[in-house]
Write a new protein. Sequence first.
Lengths: 125, 448, 515
Amino acid sequence: MSATYYTKTHEYLRFDGDTGTIGITDFAQAQLGDVVFVELPPVGKTLTHGTEAATVESVKAAAEVNAPVSGEVTAVNLDLAQSPGLVNEDPLGRGWFLRLKIFDRAELDALLDEEAYREFLKTIS
Amino acid sequence: MRYLPLNDEDRALMLARIGVKDIAELFADIPPDKRLEQALDLPCHKGEMEVERQFSALAAQNIAAGSVPFFIGAGAYRHHIPASVDHLIQRSEFLTSYTPYQPEISQGTLQALFEFQSEVAELTAMEIANASLYDGSTATVEAAAMARRITGRRKAIVSGGLHPHYAETLQTYAAMAGVDLLRLAPDVVATESLAERIDQETACVIVQSPDFFGHLRDHSKLAESCRAKGALLVAVFTEAVAFGLIEPPGTLGADIVAGEGQSIGNRLNFGGPYLGLFAARAQYLRQMPGRICGETLDRDGRRSFTLTLSTREQHIRREKATSNICTNSGLASLAFTIHLSLLGSAGLRRLARINHANAVDLAERLAAVPGVTILNKTFFNEFTLRIKGDASELVERMAEAGILAGVPVSRLLPGQGLEEFLLVASTEVNTDADRAAYAKTLQGVISC
Amino acid sequence: MLMPHGPSLEPAEPLVAEGKTFTGNRGLECEEGLIFEIGRIENTGVDLEEPPPFSERLGGLERKTPLRLPGLSEPEAVRHFVRLSRQNYAIDLGIYPLGSCTMKHNPRLNEAMARLPGLAEIHPLQPQSSVQGALELIAGLARWLAILTGMEAVAMAPRAGAHGEICGLMVIKAAMAARGEAQGRRIVLVPESAHGTNPASAAGVDFEVRSVPARADGILDPVAVKEGLGPDVAALMLTNPNTCGLFEKQIVEIADLVHAAGAYFYCDGANFNAILGKVRPGDLGVDAMHINLHKTFSTPHGGGGPGAGPVVLSGRLAPFAPVPFLRREKDQWRLVENLGEAPNSFGRIAAFHGQFGLFVRAYAYMLSHGGDGLRRAAEDAVLNANYVRAGLKDLMSEPFGDRSCMHEVLFDETWLKPFGLSALDFAKAMIDEGFHPMTVYFPLVVHGAMLIEPTETESKASLDLFIAALRDLALAVRRGETKRFEAAPKWAPRRRLDETRAARNPVLKWVNPAG
């Protein structure tokens, strides 16, 4: 049973067992516009929560994607090299960025759940 | 005042429309005690005739390159520019247009940039080129910065054949940006060995060919040594015409190419504005500094050109930009493109052959002058000669005798015991008579 | 008139569909291929004589790599580039209201002076005795810049404004080092509204950037600056007037705070056109400021350069200026080029001596205007911007309220949002009216910024037409003519481009389809 968490900087983390699948939310992709390039970390890299995990570039903007929690990168979405538009079309599905083996589940408590994120979006729109 | 269209009636109407009595009200935010109540102590406006008089007087105090036999190079070269080049770059739509941020009404500039990038890539045998940087020296700095970003390493090795101004500019950057620069001693006779100095901390090795002293260098083995240690080879040039006759840096294994494009389409202009050429392997595209023009389609499916990959640049990435460059060398790159379009491969090859032939002829004549040694085994259109005595003094005396004879190496490399060396360039603008006059005058001056 | 009799012609089938032509041209509007499609490798438009046989000295490095550059005869080349030029907007064609760019008229006298052989055909490394006129010109220009800004010295070397920023920050870094404070002072304060080159330059010189938030009224708050200051700060970078077109009213107070904290005050001089001859930055506490000769002093933008960005320096910073600089010795000018003679200089920032070709043009501009004309130019620039504001403020939203501006007026897209349109849509519709759009989406501190800088070289008639056209567009927005804006531009040489495609599949040079 997986649960999806969110950050105020518009990353999501779908948690399955001890792996997290990370990407950016629909709100973020709409803000960015057409994604043209995604720079992903190497598999095996250790990420600390809050630090830069990846960069996503659109025609008019570039943004850092931060690691919502700490962990080790176990996979990256190679499809994004050929099809960066997947981030726009299906951000929570085929537009995922990377998978992390999570070090400390307690870090998930600091993240927003789906309802809290929706409420947060209302305050900034 | 001829450039200010508003007259007093206009101003009065406009002030009334704005709802203020006096123009001073619009400057009310300036702290009162700092306001200049009247015009500064500067001369009053002048008509065109008066300005022309003043400028002619200033120009008359200079010896123009076309007025005497001219043999100066050292990073900027006198070539003949076809009349149509200067005519075309003065077209209003090229001269007075802005950076092409609105591509729908800038296809002239953008297509010319695309042609420029294509030509630079072909000339240097590299995969991608950008839309220009300020000049060769700052392009070299950008290349070093790019190598640092790509490799994550802090060390750069600089050949003793690099133009001293370029090396000094690199040193300034290195000191400010925490890069360890190993600058080798001036390599007057091209004997330095760089490969063994490369280690796992080396981001790049920076070499120049033709080098500052005129020697032609084959960097292919050095390129392999770099690759073996994960370092990048940065190849620099100051004379773009050379690649009409010698192997380009891409063929010799360069990863990044930085150079000066002034030779093609642009005048000497006492040192600027010049034209920074920049090219690299396609895999490093996202680390390239500067503007880049790309091809696409418009809404009606027509081929169009636009500035692209802007997220590398300052206006989006701000402190994380690949470079802070904004304005670059638009019109100079257009002049380059027009000149090279007129030349084509056939013309450039022939132009390069003439340059080399003239330089060979001059070298042979000067070698025959007693007390003169030519140091170069190889060269394109510039070589180093050695005399007994001070080359700076020699140049002054040659100038008095009506010949601009070259650049004393010690002017750019003072205090290094190089006072006897002189850099001499010979391009297509020299005639047989010029070269004969040089040899004769040199002989005369030396024997005094 | 009698028509000659002849066989009557059948009415021809229309050759092409409505709105399209066979050539793709539309009357005088031309389509044009690439030189690679027009030219031929074997051709050349330059007559050169093959040299007599000689023994080459190439050491085996003769080019064997193919060189496939097309050559065009002169008629073909002239036609190609003239046809290309006709697809460009230019100041010579119409108003170029780009905020922050100061797109004023480029006087042709400047071009003529820059082409005098005694100024254009001189080499930077000729004996200095043979270029005294050039050195005199540089000194003259520097003197005017120093007087106009109330500063001590001028570094002429920088090749553009951004390069000037780097130069100024390097001077500051060197001054800090001389005080023994280089290690401790690693931060540069940059307002949120700053042009992107500011933080990029700071980062390029290995400073860390600390942002100073904007205040609700659009100008910098001394309290916010004070909060950002500390013993770790080397400098504050400020633009004045700022990027919102407003004079930084509390600039003296801010300068005092910066100095009291032991830091230096760098001013981005991009907007100097608004205050030329009205106030001197030196009097406001500025320590270093770059000036864009291609903005304030009319040198042509050339489709993206070249520019020049000399930096005026206070007495405290002058000793650290880069080489080369000019020194008067007896009755001669001498360029000091080597660090051996300039021990306090931080070094060299580029080869040779600076953008001399632009110095000639800027100096001609200054002599033409005189001190009186320059001051008048600033006044007209500010007058024109406020006149545009007066003509549009009832229809367009102003982020900082109903207050006068300096040389540029800032609107935002608040008034467009209810109609589902953006600043970009409005800008593209301006193209169909024959105007280059204003600067959009800069500065970033405002949503959908629309920054208009007419400059002083626009006539009242030009402004009246501009205002009337924009009013008409604004009313069209309010009438809900959304499709018109979304479809714009319709009449430009190109419709909106697919920029996503350009970035996702970069094609950056011509590729021979034949391989």
